[in-house]
Design a protein around this ligand. Structure first.
Ligand code: ATP
Ligand code: MG
Ligand code: MG
Ligand code: MG
Length: 468
């Protein structure tokens, strides 16, 4: 059955609404009152207070489509069929109400009857000790034993502190053409053959700050299904980016670039990166995060710049991302009114940020061509690590761009030299921090270090390192 992204999103909500669930709009991407998370990265994240019993929901059954950001998947974007940094997670939740039986049988019913997916292509994983889940999948649903896989490492679900438990994941076999060809390729394999479409989490523990697991007073259900992945299957396309949720963004980018998606593998990667990062930036700004130099703001700045660089690889040399915001609005604005309402603000912020980055780029390029002219006069072809580092450090000029531009003019860059300079700078920064901390401890008890914010800082650093 072919359905649009919007139709799937709505079908999911009405299916569960008909089964007693309250339909909620997505929560903000910015976590509320949760120092352990930088972004909302799963449907259950904003519902934690209901899961651990701090708050009681009006109705113990909730269904929603939650905006999620996972920057830790950034390296996959454009390279796998199924990962984005921004995606929508469809979820149905039970708080001390129904448990495994309903969660499993409803998931099956939704996939095979509402979405009309081929039952024979569906397989599942369960936790190695979860005989209850096995019985339900095998006896009630009728799934053959050889399509129920016990115990991969992914069958226990947790994010930081909070509610967690064993889970059962649902996979769709796209066929050998998508596979890695390995003999042991099965659900859970990293390739794109067995597409993970839904994770059913049977939440029965709470993980404390001390890392201890304690049984929750009431057992819950937390499920998450990737909307773009369902759409890719129902629309019969090769990857999430070819669904109606992305394709218009890619096509518009293609018009601006004067190139077409599907003609070169390398271009396609950049088309996907642009489309993905644009959605992330659009929705983040829609939720009030402006590009900047710290925390979430910094991530948004880096994502935007990364997309601009992909745009350049497609031959786009001027600000263009801001023009794509309208396309995101057309695709999703009806179900996410915040995007429609804030569209002109988002466009302005994106445009200003693009313009600023282009200034950095042209400043850096001017310096670089002077440098290459000087080297050329001496018949040299290698840009030293020191010079590359100066461009990076003083002018904010990304190293891969230096390499790229150098290459176009027949120059190379001493990467090892650059890396050594970078490492030296990091060491200096570390030493400076130690000195500062030393001074702090001398000042004594007045300067207590705030643990929670320190933890966030650590997470930001990791994320940042991934984005550079
Ligand atoms: P994968 O193994 O494919 O990386 P996951 O196990 O990390 O997925 P979960 O944490 O179980 O994913 O999230 C629930 C669902 O959300 C997944 O089954 C998938 O459909 C979807 N999903 C997860 N990460 C992404 C992503 N980066 N982009 C798009 N959809 C995603
Ligand atoms: Mg993952
Ligand atoms: Mg997985
Ligand atoms: Mg999973």
């Amino acid at each position: 059955k072919s359905l649009t992204g919007q139709e799937i999103r709505r079908a999911f909500k009405s299916f569960f609404a008909a089964r007693g669930h309250q339909v909620l709009p997505s929560f903000s991407l910015v976590p509320h009152d949760d120092p352990t998370l930088l972004w909302i990265n799963a449907g259950m994240a904003p519902l934690k207070p209901y899961f651990d019993g701090r708050e009681i929901p009006e109705i113990p059954r909730i269904v929603d489509a939650q905006k999620c950001i996972r920057t830790n998947d950034i390296e996959e974007v454009g390279h796998t069929a199924r990962h984005q940094t921004f995606f929508e997670m469809l979820g149905n939740f039970s708080f001390g109400d129904y448990f495994k039986k309903e969660a499993i049988t409803w998931a099956w019913e939704f996939l095979t009857q509402v979405l009309e997916m081929e039952p024979e292509r569906i397989s599942v994983t369960i936790h190695v000790e979860d005989d209850e889940a096995f019985e339900i999948w095998h006896r009630q649903v009728g799934l053959p034993e050889n399509r129920i896989y016990r115990g991969t490492e992914d069958n226990f679900w947790e994010i930081g502190e909070g509610p967690c438990g064993p889970c059962s994941e649902i996979f769709y076999d796209r066929g050998e053409a998508f596979g890695c060809g390995a003999d042991d390729c099965k659900p859970g394999c990293d390739c794109d053959r067995f597409l993970e479409i839904w994770n059913l989490v049977f939440t029965q523990f709470n993980k404390g700050a001390d890392g201890e697991y304690t049984p929750l007073p009431k057992r819950n259900i937390d499920t998450g299904s990737g909307l773009e992945r369902l759409a890719s299957l129902l629309q019969g396309v090769a990857n999430n980016f070819e669904t109606d949720l992305f394709r218009p963004i890619i096509d518009r980018t293609g018009e601006i670039a004067g190139r077409r998606y599907g003609e070169s593998d390398e271009d396609d990667i950049h088309f996907k990166i642009v489309a993905d990062h644009l959605r992330t930036v659009t929705f983040a700004i829609g939720d009030g995060v402006l590009p900047g130099n710290e925390g979430r703001s910094y991530i948004i700045r880096r994502l935007l710049r990364r997309a601009v660089r992909s745009g350049r690889r497609l031959g786009i040399e001027k600000p263009f991302m801001y023009q794509l915001v309208a396309v995101v609005d057309e695709i999703m604005g009806e179900d996410y009114p915040e995007i429609r309402e804030k569209r002109s603000l988002i466009e302005r912020v994106v445009r200003t940020e693009e313009e600023r980055f282009h200034e950095t780029l042209s400043g850096g390029e001017a310096l670089l061509s002077e440098l290459m002219a000087e080297l050329g006069a001496k018949n040299e072809t290698v840009i030293s690590g020191t010079d590359a580092f100066r461009l990076y450090d003083t002018y904010g000029f990304p190293i891969d761009l230096t390499v790229e531009i150098a290459k176009e003019s027949g120059f190379t860059v001493d990467r090892d030299g650059f890396d050594a300079e970078l490492e030296a700078q990091r060491t200096r920064a570390r030493q400076a921090r130690q000195v500062a901390e030393g001074m702090q401890s001398q000042r004594g008890a007045l300067e207590t270090i705030d643990q929670p914010s320190k933890f966030v800082g650590y997470e930001e650093l990791t994320v940042d390192a991934e984005i550079v």
